[in-house]
Write a protein that binds this ligand. Structure first.
Ligand code: CA2
Length: 147
């Protein structure tokens, strides 16, 4: 195996597929995990897939992944808007990081959803491509790590 890509999911994403399908689609987080594993496996990489509702746990996982990873994908969910400890942790990560949002946060009704503070620390952002965004992020990171 060529390396590990850590995929992190923030609060409430454990409930993906159970409400607001017009915004987030019908896929569950298990579907997202299967997509990431398929994409990574095809490129010879391993996926470490996690979800948490707790900010301190997210910070710890990011710290643990500071070095030694091929890449990191993060959907910070609502941590995107106020979780400065998560932002600080991301700034210390050595590998490339892709921020993914299932919905197009710039098209959402609530203005605050556009203003993710995580963009200051990540390599790039994918927003609005549904769960396909995760697969694309994994493919990008695998390609980058392979050189
Ligand atoms: O579009 C995204 O992926 C979001 O990061 C999802 C977050 C939301 O706070 C961001 O503004 C955009 C989390 C939404 C709540 O989680 C859900 C759980 C179940 C069903 C639908 C959403």
């Amino acid at each position: 195996m060529a390396g590990t890509i850590l995929v992190l999911n923030g609060p409430n994403l454990n409930l993906l597929g159970t409400r607001e399908p017009e915004v987030y689609g019908h896929a569950t987080l298990a579907d997202v995990e299967a997509l990431c594993r398929a994409e990574a496996g095809a490129a010879g990489f391993t996926i470490d897939f996690r979800q948490t509702n707790a900010e301190h746990e997210m910070v710890e996982w990011i710290q643990q992944g500071r070095s030694g990873l091929a890449g990191m994908v993060i959907n910070p969910a609502a941590f995107s808007y106020a979780a400065y400890p998560v932002l600080d942790a991301l700034k210390m990560v050595e590998c490339p990081v892709v921020e993914v949002h299932i919905s197009n946060i710039h098209r959402r009704e609530e203005a605050w959803r556009k203003d993710t503070i995580m963009t200051a620390a990540v390599t790039g952002v994918i927003s609005g491509l549904g769960i396909a965004g995760y697969g694309l992020a994994v493919r990008y990171l695998a390609g980058l790590a392979r050189g």
